[in-house]
Design a protein around this ligand. Sequence first.
Ligand code: SF4
Length: 223
Amino acid sequence: MSAARLEDLAKALGFQESAQDILGRLRTVYAQIDQRLAEGAQGLQLPCKAGCDACCHEAVFVCAPEFLAVAEQVMAWPQDRQDRLLHQMLQVASDFEDELELLELVDSGPERDEVARRIRFRCPLLSAEGGCTVYSARELNARTFGQSRHEGFDAPYGCELTHAALKVLPQRPALYGAQQARRALVQALERTERVQVYPWWFARYRSAFEDGPRASRASRPRE
Ligand code: SF4
């Protein structure tokens, strides 16, 4: 049943290919990126490890294939758990309704960055214990945050804990580039141009997670 729901969602997201084809390619590119990240961070003992949720309390942006991967995992949950997650996502989307609308209108740049900074929330996909409930499908930013370098600033990407840890090293480490990882994702998959936060995706495609006849599910986003 969830396989059919996932295919409906892939169509609603505008993909021509099957959900499994898209997710297969996404898993391949994630594996390549994870490998490059691990090589770059080898021996550095970065603070980024299981149990740290430093990157899960702010606006995390994902594209359609990244959302589809998370949706696949969520759809395998019992319906009452999906309902609770959806309720939390809709609440965050409502709390930041103005900001999420603005993000749809403003191109990337300082103004968009300022709007994104105002959107701060605890990711509803984070468990009560502080672990990611969709860890194997987590988005690219979660993989690169604190594990890569920002090519524009030639500094660690994202995590303040990683900044502090690397500041004391005598030599600048050769971390994998965060933008290089993003380019690899964009080259491997379609529909990566639009990025939004998880609550926006869940609110827009909420019918994919709601109980009810499949025929009406994910057929079109609710505005
Ligand atoms: S999906 Fe997982 S890794 Fe990403 S922000 Fe949410 S809890 Fe954190």
